[in-house]
Design a protein around this ligand. Structure first.
Ligand code: NIG
Ligand code: FE
Length: 413
Protein backbone atom coordinates (compact mmCIF):
# COMPACT_ATOMS: atom_id res chain seq x y z
CA UNK A 1 0.00 0.00 0.00
CA UNK A 2 1.48 3.36 -1.08
CA UNK A 3 0.01 6.65 0.09
CA UNK A 4 1.33 10.05 -0.93
CA UNK A 5 0.49 13.26 0.91
CA UNK A 6 0.95 16.28 -1.34
CA UNK A 7 0.79 20.07 -0.99
CA UNK A 8 2.07 20.03 2.59
CA UNK A 9 2.68 23.65 3.55
CA UNK A 10 5.45 22.55 5.91
CA UNK A 11 6.74 19.09 6.77
CA UNK A 12 7.92 19.47 10.37
CA UNK A 13 10.21 17.27 12.47
CA UNK A 14 12.17 16.05 9.47
CA UNK A 15 15.14 14.24 10.86
CA UNK A 16 18.28 14.06 8.80
CA UNK A 17 20.53 13.79 11.87
CA UNK A 18 19.42 10.27 12.89
CA UNK A 19 19.99 11.01 16.56
CA UNK A 20 18.08 8.96 19.12
CA UNK A 21 17.65 12.00 21.38
CA UNK A 22 18.47 15.70 21.30
CA UNK A 23 20.36 17.43 24.09
CA UNK A 24 21.10 21.03 25.04
CA UNK A 25 21.31 23.29 21.97
CA UNK A 26 20.39 20.36 19.70
CA UNK A 27 16.86 20.66 21.06
CA UNK A 28 16.41 23.61 18.67
CA UNK A 29 17.05 21.31 15.67
CA UNK A 30 13.57 20.86 14.21
CA UNK A 31 13.94 20.03 10.52
CA UNK A 32 11.33 21.67 8.27
CA UNK A 33 10.67 21.37 4.54
CA UNK A 34 8.39 23.89 2.87
CA UNK A 35 5.82 22.92 0.21
CA UNK A 36 6.46 19.21 0.61
CA UNK A 37 5.21 15.72 -0.19
CA UNK A 38 5.54 12.58 1.89
CA UNK A 39 5.35 8.98 0.68
CA UNK A 40 4.23 6.15 2.94
CA UNK A 41 4.77 2.54 1.98
CA UNK A 42 3.42 -0.37 4.03
CA UNK A 43 3.08 1.69 7.18
CA UNK A 44 6.54 3.27 7.03
CA UNK A 45 7.88 6.57 5.76
CA UNK A 46 9.39 5.79 2.37
CA UNK A 47 10.42 9.21 1.00
CA UNK A 48 9.78 12.93 1.16
CA UNK A 49 10.70 15.95 -0.89
CA UNK A 50 9.53 19.30 -2.20
CA UNK A 51 6.57 19.76 -4.56
CA UNK A 52 8.89 21.46 -7.08
CA UNK A 53 11.07 18.33 -7.22
CA UNK A 54 8.04 16.04 -7.42
CA UNK A 55 7.13 17.53 -10.79
CA UNK A 56 10.57 16.59 -12.10
CA UNK A 57 10.48 12.97 -10.88
CA UNK A 58 9.18 10.18 -13.13
CA UNK A 59 5.52 9.53 -12.21
CA UNK A 60 5.29 6.81 -9.54
CA UNK A 61 1.98 4.98 -9.05
CA UNK A 62 0.38 5.27 -5.62
CA UNK A 63 -2.76 3.63 -4.20
CA UNK A 64 -3.97 6.79 -2.52
CA UNK A 65 -3.14 10.48 -2.72
CA UNK A 66 -4.10 12.90 0.05
CA UNK A 67 -4.07 16.63 -0.64
CA UNK A 68 -2.86 18.36 2.51
CA UNK A 69 -4.48 21.54 1.24
CA UNK A 70 -1.89 23.76 2.85
CA UNK A 71 -1.92 21.98 6.21
CA UNK A 72 1.31 20.99 7.96
CA UNK A 73 2.50 17.47 8.79
CA UNK A 74 4.17 16.70 12.12
CA UNK A 75 5.28 13.45 13.74
CA UNK A 76 2.65 12.20 16.20
CA UNK A 77 3.13 13.08 19.83
CA UNK A 78 4.76 10.38 21.92
CA UNK A 79 3.45 10.25 25.48
CA UNK A 80 6.00 8.43 27.65
CA UNK A 81 4.16 8.57 31.01
CA UNK A 82 0.48 7.78 31.55
CA UNK A 83 -1.77 5.90 33.94
CA UNK A 84 -4.82 5.56 31.65
CA UNK A 85 -5.99 2.20 32.97
CA UNK A 86 -8.16 3.35 35.87
CA UNK A 87 -11.77 3.05 36.96
CA UNK A 88 -14.10 6.03 37.05
CA UNK A 89 -12.85 9.46 38.09
CA UNK A 90 -11.89 11.46 41.22
CA UNK A 91 -13.44 14.88 40.85
CA UNK A 92 -14.31 14.86 44.59
CA UNK A 93 -10.60 15.24 45.36
CA UNK A 94 -10.38 17.98 42.77
CA UNK A 95 -12.86 19.98 44.85
CA UNK A 96 -10.99 19.06 48.09
CA UNK A 97 -7.83 20.50 46.55
CA UNK A 98 -9.57 23.75 45.62
CA UNK A 99 -10.65 23.96 49.26
CA UNK A 100 -7.06 23.72 50.41
CA UNK A 101 -6.04 20.08 50.85
CA UNK A 102 -2.70 19.13 49.29
CA UNK A 103 -2.08 16.05 47.13
CA UNK A 104 -0.05 14.51 49.98
CA UNK A 105 -2.79 15.24 52.56
CA UNK A 106 -5.42 13.60 50.37
CA UNK A 107 -3.17 10.54 50.01
CA UNK A 108 -2.64 10.38 53.82
CA UNK A 109 -6.43 10.32 54.35
CA UNK A 110 -6.72 7.20 52.18
CA UNK A 111 -7.82 9.11 49.09
CA UNK A 112 -5.63 9.45 46.03
CA UNK A 113 -4.04 6.31 44.66
CA UNK A 114 -5.79 4.05 47.23
CA UNK A 115 -9.15 5.49 46.22
CA UNK A 116 -8.42 4.46 42.61
CA UNK A 117 -7.20 1.02 43.79
CA UNK A 118 -10.53 0.39 45.55
CA UNK A 119 -12.48 1.39 42.44
CA UNK A 120 -10.26 -0.70 40.18
CA UNK A 121 -10.73 -3.75 42.43
CA UNK A 122 -14.51 -3.45 42.06
CA UNK A 123 -14.38 -3.05 38.25
CA UNK A 124 -14.27 -5.95 35.78
CA UNK A 125 -11.35 -6.41 33.43
CA UNK A 126 -13.70 -5.93 30.49
CA UNK A 127 -14.99 -2.59 31.82
CA UNK A 128 -11.45 -1.40 32.59
CA UNK A 129 -10.45 -2.23 29.03
CA UNK A 130 -13.46 -0.30 27.73
CA UNK A 131 -12.69 2.83 29.78
CA UNK A 132 -8.96 2.78 29.06
CA UNK A 133 -9.53 2.22 25.35
CA UNK A 134 -11.86 5.21 25.23
CA UNK A 135 -9.09 7.34 26.77
CA UNK A 136 -6.56 5.99 24.27
CA UNK A 137 -8.84 6.92 21.34
CA UNK A 138 -9.28 10.40 22.79
CA UNK A 139 -5.48 10.72 22.83
CA UNK A 140 -5.15 9.39 19.28
CA UNK A 141 -7.68 11.96 18.06
CA UNK A 142 -5.47 14.64 19.61
CA UNK A 143 -2.41 13.38 17.72
CA UNK A 144 -0.70 10.89 20.03
CA UNK A 145 0.87 7.89 18.31
CA UNK A 146 2.87 6.17 21.10
CA UNK A 147 1.70 5.74 24.69
CA UNK A 148 3.41 4.35 27.76
CA UNK A 149 0.84 2.94 30.20
CA UNK A 150 1.54 1.99 33.81
CA UNK A 151 -0.11 -0.37 36.24
CA UNK A 152 -0.17 0.84 39.85
CA UNK A 153 -3.83 1.02 40.84
CA UNK A 154 -3.92 -2.68 41.70
CA UNK A 155 -1.62 -2.71 44.74
CA UNK A 156 -2.06 -6.45 45.21
CA UNK A 157 -0.78 -9.17 42.91
CA UNK A 158 -4.10 -10.15 41.34
CA UNK A 159 -5.17 -6.58 40.55
CA UNK A 160 -1.74 -5.52 39.27
CA UNK A 161 -1.82 -8.48 36.87
CA UNK A 162 -5.37 -7.54 35.88
CA UNK A 163 -4.19 -4.05 34.91
CA UNK A 164 -1.24 -5.38 32.96
CA UNK A 165 -3.50 -7.78 31.05
CA UNK A 166 -5.69 -4.81 30.10
CA UNK A 167 -2.60 -2.99 28.79
CA UNK A 168 -1.55 -6.10 26.84
CA UNK A 169 -5.00 -6.31 25.25
CA UNK A 170 -4.77 -2.62 24.31
CA UNK A 171 -1.34 -3.24 22.75
CA UNK A 172 -2.83 -6.00 20.65
CA UNK A 173 -6.03 -4.25 19.61
CA UNK A 174 -5.21 -0.55 19.10
CA UNK A 175 -3.30 0.99 16.18
CA UNK A 176 -1.28 3.21 18.54
CA UNK A 177 2.13 1.88 19.76
CA UNK A 178 1.92 1.05 23.48
CA UNK A 179 4.63 0.16 25.99
CA UNK A 180 3.75 -1.26 29.36
CA UNK A 181 5.21 -0.46 32.77
CA UNK A 182 4.78 -2.36 36.03
CA UNK A 183 4.21 0.15 38.84
CA UNK A 184 3.32 -2.14 41.74
CA UNK A 185 5.21 0.29 43.98
CA UNK A 186 2.86 3.22 43.39
CA UNK A 187 1.63 3.22 47.02
CA UNK A 188 1.48 0.69 49.85
CA UNK A 189 -1.53 -1.57 49.23
CA UNK A 190 -4.25 -1.75 51.88
CA UNK A 191 -3.59 -4.26 54.66
CA UNK A 192 0.22 -4.23 54.33
CA UNK A 193 2.97 -2.48 56.26
CA UNK A 194 5.47 -0.74 54.00
CA UNK A 195 8.21 -3.42 54.45
CA UNK A 196 5.65 -6.19 53.87
CA UNK A 197 4.47 -4.51 50.70
CA UNK A 198 8.00 -4.00 49.31
CA UNK A 199 8.61 -7.66 50.03
CA UNK A 200 5.43 -8.61 48.15
CA UNK A 201 6.51 -6.54 45.13
CA UNK A 202 9.94 -8.20 45.11
CA UNK A 203 9.03 -11.78 45.92
CA UNK A 204 5.66 -12.19 44.25
CA UNK A 205 4.66 -9.43 41.85
CA UNK A 206 7.91 -8.92 39.89
CA UNK A 207 8.53 -12.65 39.28
CA UNK A 208 4.92 -13.15 38.17
CA UNK A 209 5.00 -10.11 35.86
CA UNK A 210 8.34 -11.35 34.50
CA UNK A 211 7.17 -14.94 34.00
CA UNK A 212 4.07 -13.79 32.12
CA UNK A 213 6.03 -11.20 30.10
CA UNK A 214 3.49 -8.55 31.00
CA UNK A 215 5.72 -5.45 31.21
CA UNK A 216 8.50 -3.71 29.34
CA UNK A 217 9.54 -1.39 32.19
CA UNK A 218 9.42 -1.14 35.98
CA UNK A 219 8.48 2.03 37.86
CA UNK A 220 8.56 3.03 41.54
CA UNK A 221 7.03 6.15 43.10
CA UNK A 222 10.27 7.17 44.83
CA UNK A 223 9.30 10.21 46.85
CA UNK A 224 8.72 11.68 50.28
CA UNK A 225 5.84 9.77 51.91
CA UNK A 226 5.97 6.97 49.33
CA UNK A 227 9.02 4.69 48.68
CA UNK A 228 12.58 5.49 49.81
CA UNK A 229 15.63 5.40 47.50
CA UNK A 230 16.80 2.23 49.32
CA UNK A 231 13.48 0.46 48.78
CA UNK A 232 13.48 1.70 45.21
CA UNK A 233 16.97 0.27 44.61
CA UNK A 234 15.90 -3.16 45.89
CA UNK A 235 12.82 -3.23 43.69
CA UNK A 236 14.71 -2.04 40.60
CA UNK A 237 17.35 -4.71 41.16
CA UNK A 238 14.64 -7.37 41.43
CA UNK A 239 13.08 -6.06 38.20
CA UNK A 240 16.43 -6.08 36.38
CA UNK A 241 16.63 -9.85 36.93
CA UNK A 242 13.54 -10.14 34.73
CA UNK A 243 14.82 -7.68 32.14
CA UNK A 244 12.62 -4.82 33.34
CA UNK A 245 14.33 -1.48 32.76
CA UNK A 246 13.46 1.36 35.18
CA UNK A 247 11.38 4.43 34.35
CA UNK A 248 10.69 6.01 37.70
CA UNK A 249 8.66 8.70 39.46
CA UNK A 250 11.14 11.03 41.16
CA UNK A 251 11.18 14.38 42.98
CA UNK A 252 7.50 15.21 42.51
CA UNK A 253 6.80 16.10 46.13
CA UNK A 254 10.37 16.74 47.40
CA UNK A 255 13.96 16.46 46.29
CA UNK A 256 14.25 12.95 47.70
CA UNK A 257 16.97 10.91 46.00
CA UNK A 258 14.95 9.50 43.11
CA UNK A 259 17.13 10.93 40.36
CA UNK A 260 20.30 9.51 41.94
CA UNK A 261 18.83 6.03 42.35
CA UNK A 262 17.32 6.15 38.85
CA UNK A 263 20.56 7.13 37.13
CA UNK A 264 22.52 4.58 39.20
CA UNK A 265 20.18 1.88 37.86
CA UNK A 266 20.33 3.09 34.24
CA UNK A 267 16.74 4.27 34.22
CA UNK A 268 15.40 4.99 30.74
CA UNK A 269 13.76 8.07 32.27
CA UNK A 270 13.24 9.85 35.58
CA UNK A 271 9.88 11.56 35.59
CA UNK A 272 8.12 14.50 37.31
CA UNK A 273 11.10 16.44 38.77
CA UNK A 274 8.91 19.33 39.94
CA UNK A 275 11.06 19.64 43.08
CA UNK A 276 14.37 18.55 41.59
CA UNK A 277 17.44 20.32 43.00
CA UNK A 278 19.95 21.83 40.58
CA UNK A 279 22.59 19.43 41.92
CA UNK A 280 20.79 16.62 40.06
CA UNK A 281 21.68 18.25 36.74
CA UNK A 282 25.20 16.94 37.34
CA UNK A 283 23.80 13.52 38.26
CA UNK A 284 22.00 13.37 34.92
CA UNK A 285 24.88 14.68 32.81
CA UNK A 286 26.55 11.92 30.80
CA UNK A 287 23.84 9.39 31.65
CA UNK A 288 21.46 7.57 29.31
CA UNK A 289 18.49 8.69 31.42
CA UNK A 290 15.95 11.11 29.95
CA UNK A 291 14.59 13.65 32.45
CA UNK A 292 10.87 13.82 31.72
CA UNK A 293 8.72 16.74 32.82
CA UNK A 294 4.96 16.54 33.36
CA UNK A 295 3.82 20.16 33.26
CA UNK A 296 0.13 19.18 33.16
CA UNK A 297 0.54 17.79 36.66
CA UNK A 298 2.07 21.02 37.99
CA UNK A 299 -0.75 22.93 36.31
CA UNK A 300 -3.54 20.74 37.68
CA UNK A 301 -2.10 20.42 41.21
CA UNK A 302 -1.03 24.07 41.30
CA UNK A 303 2.52 23.01 42.14
CA UNK A 304 5.98 24.16 41.04
CA UNK A 305 7.11 23.45 37.48
CA UNK A 306 10.32 21.43 36.97
CA UNK A 307 13.61 23.12 35.98
CA UNK A 308 13.47 22.18 32.29
CA UNK A 309 14.99 25.44 31.07
CA UNK A 310 17.99 25.11 33.38
CA UNK A 311 18.46 21.50 32.31
CA UNK A 312 18.49 22.36 28.60
CA UNK A 313 20.76 25.36 29.20
CA UNK A 314 23.11 22.99 31.04
CA UNK A 315 23.26 20.74 27.97
CA UNK A 316 20.71 18.07 28.90
CA UNK A 317 17.83 16.83 26.78
CA UNK A 318 14.34 16.78 28.24
CA UNK A 319 11.10 15.04 27.33
CA UNK A 320 7.54 15.91 28.28
CA UNK A 321 4.57 13.64 28.95
CA UNK A 322 0.94 14.04 29.95
CA UNK A 323 0.87 11.82 33.11
CA UNK A 324 -2.83 11.26 32.23
CA UNK A 325 -4.30 9.86 35.47
CA UNK A 326 -7.41 10.40 37.62
CA UNK A 327 -5.68 12.19 40.51
CA UNK A 328 -3.00 14.58 39.39
CA UNK A 329 -3.88 15.34 35.76
CA UNK A 330 -6.96 13.87 34.07
CA UNK A 331 -5.89 14.87 30.55
CA UNK A 332 -3.91 13.27 27.76
CA UNK A 333 -3.81 16.38 25.57
CA UNK A 334 -0.19 16.56 24.42
CA UNK A 335 -0.74 19.77 22.47
CA UNK A 336 -1.70 21.45 25.74
CA UNK A 337 1.38 19.86 27.36
CA UNK A 338 3.51 21.42 24.59
CA UNK A 339 1.90 24.80 25.30
CA UNK A 340 2.65 24.41 29.02
CA UNK A 341 6.21 23.40 28.13
CA UNK A 342 6.57 26.78 26.41
CA UNK A 343 4.59 28.94 28.82
CA UNK A 344 5.62 27.38 32.12
CA UNK A 345 8.82 25.41 31.45
CA UNK A 346 10.12 28.25 29.23
CA UNK A 347 11.05 26.00 26.32
CA UNK A 348 10.97 27.52 22.85
CA UNK A 349 8.41 25.95 20.48
CA UNK A 350 11.07 23.91 18.62
CA UNK A 351 12.45 22.59 21.92
CA UNK A 352 8.97 21.77 23.23
CA UNK A 353 8.03 19.94 20.01
CA UNK A 354 11.22 17.86 20.19
CA UNK A 355 10.52 17.17 23.89
CA UNK A 356 7.08 15.80 22.94
CA UNK A 357 8.22 13.77 19.92
CA UNK A 358 11.78 12.47 19.50
CA UNK A 359 12.90 12.82 23.13
CA UNK A 360 9.56 11.46 24.35
CA UNK A 361 10.03 8.44 22.06
CA UNK A 362 13.51 8.00 23.55
CA UNK A 363 11.99 8.09 27.06
CA UNK A 364 10.09 4.91 26.17
CA UNK A 365 12.86 3.29 24.14
CA UNK A 366 11.18 3.86 20.79
CA UNK A 367 13.14 6.66 19.12
CA UNK A 368 14.74 4.30 16.61
CA UNK A 369 11.29 3.82 15.05
CA UNK A 370 9.16 6.79 16.13
CA UNK A 371 9.30 10.47 17.05
CA UNK A 372 10.39 12.15 13.82
CA UNK A 373 9.87 12.20 10.06
CA UNK A 374 12.63 9.97 8.74
CA UNK A 375 12.78 7.38 5.98
CA UNK A 376 12.23 3.95 7.52
CA UNK A 377 10.40 5.15 10.63
CA UNK A 378 6.84 4.10 11.34
CA UNK A 379 4.40 6.45 9.57
CA UNK A 380 2.77 7.95 12.67
CA UNK A 381 2.07 11.59 11.89
CA UNK A 382 -0.74 14.10 11.85
CA UNK A 383 -1.96 16.53 9.26
CA UNK A 384 -3.08 19.94 10.51
CA UNK A 385 -5.73 22.29 9.28
CA UNK A 386 -4.20 25.33 7.57
CA UNK A 387 -2.22 27.14 10.30
CA UNK A 388 -0.01 30.21 9.92
CA UNK A 389 3.19 28.87 11.51
CA UNK A 390 4.71 26.18 13.70
CA UNK A 391 4.76 28.59 16.64
CA UNK A 392 0.98 28.86 16.30
CA UNK A 393 0.67 25.28 17.64
CA UNK A 394 1.68 26.03 21.26
CA UNK A 395 0.45 29.63 21.03
CA UNK A 396 -3.17 28.75 20.21
CA UNK A 397 -3.27 26.65 23.32
CA UNK A 398 -6.87 25.43 23.14
CA UNK A 399 -7.46 25.59 19.40
CA UNK A 400 -7.87 22.15 17.79
CA UNK A 401 -5.45 22.03 14.85
CA UNK A 402 -5.69 18.43 13.69
CA UNK A 403 -7.34 17.43 10.45
CA UNK A 404 -6.23 13.79 10.25
CA UNK A 405 -4.10 11.42 12.31
CA UNK A 406 -2.16 8.68 10.49
CA UNK A 407 -0.99 5.64 12.42
CA UNK A 408 1.17 3.11 10.57
CA UNK A 409 0.27 5.11 7.47
CA UNK A 410 -3.50 4.70 7.88
CA UNK A 411 -5.82 7.65 8.56
CA UNK A 412 -7.73 7.19 11.85
CA UNK A 413 -9.53 10.45 12.31
O1 NIG B 1 2.19 10.49 38.38
N1 NIG B 1 2.78 10.58 41.43
C1 NIG B 1 2.29 9.47 41.42
N2 NIG B 1 1.37 8.99 40.63
C2 NIG B 1 0.52 9.73 39.77
C3 NIG B 1 -0.71 10.16 40.45
C4 NIG B 1 -1.61 9.07 40.66
C5 NIG B 1 -2.92 9.43 41.29
O2 NIG B 1 -3.04 10.43 42.02
O3 NIG B 1 -3.81 8.64 41.04
C6 NIG B 1 1.29 10.83 39.13
O4 NIG B 1 1.03 12.01 39.31
FE1 FE C 1 2.69 9.38 37.08
Amino acid sequence: MRTRIVNIKRLVGVDTHHKLRLQGKEMMELGQVENAWLLVEDGHIAAWGTMEELGLLPPAPVDEEVDAGGGMVLPCWCDPHTHIVYAGSREGEFVDKIQGLSYAEIARRGGGILNSADRLHATSEEELYRQATERAWEMIAKGTGCIEIKSGYGLNTADELKMLRVIRRMKESLPVRIVSTFLGAHAVGRGYSQPEYVDLVIREMIPEVGRQGLADYIDVFCDKGFFTPEETAHMLEAGAKWGLMPKIHADELASSGGVVVGVAHHARSVDHLECMADAQIETLRGSDTMPTLLPGTSFFLNMPFGPARRMVDAGLGVAVASDYNPGSTPSGDMKFVVSLACIKLRLLPAEALNAATLNAAYAMGLSQEYGSIAVGKVANFFLTKPIPSVDFIPYAYTTPIIRQVFLRGKAWK
